[in-house]
Design a binder for this molecule. Structure first.
Ligand code: HEC
Length: 107
């Protein structure tokens, strides 16, 4: 019984997250790592592999989202965007939104 009691907070937390998960089903941090963004922008989104690559941590989510959409569609086509465009077929609209929201929470 004691162990069940100890489990309850963890269980309710998991359930709570499950409910929140319906609204926020996607984990921006996880996606950022999984969709290869780390390779260029750095683990903390603040240490890009090349000095000319942008730091993303703390960026305004709407701005970041729009830039990613534009890079994905080709509307933004700077000298450096070609590197990123190559992987943008890996991410959906919802995933970009989740990543953008997560980037905005970083310092
Ligand atoms: C192959 C390297 C590479 C990968 C992989 C990559 N990016 Fe980029 N990203 C860039 C470069 C380079 C730029 C800047 C393009 C330019 O010079 O305009 C950029 C720009 C951006 C911008 C716009 C920044 C701004 O201030 O306007 C965002 C946001 C971004 N990347 C997010 C991501 C996310 C999220 C992923 C993963 C889905 C990702 N990038 C994957 C290289 C990469």
């Amino acid at each position: 019984m004691k162990s069940l009691k100890a489990l309850l907070p963890a269980l309710s937390l998991a359930l709570g997250l499950g409910v929140a998960g319906n609204a926020l089903a996607l984990d921006g941090a996880e996606l950022y790592a999984k969709k290869t963004c780390v390779a260029c922008h750095g683990k903390d989104a603040n240490t890009p592999i090349l000095p000319v690559y942008p730091k993303l941590a703390g960026q305004n989510p709407d701005y970041a989202y729009n830039q990613m959409k534009d890079i994905q569609s080709g509307a933004r086509n700077n000298g450096q965007t070609v590197a990123m465009k190559a992987i943008m077929h890996l991410v959906t609209d919802d995933e970009l939104r989740a990543i953008a929201n997560w980037l905005g929470t970083l310092k």
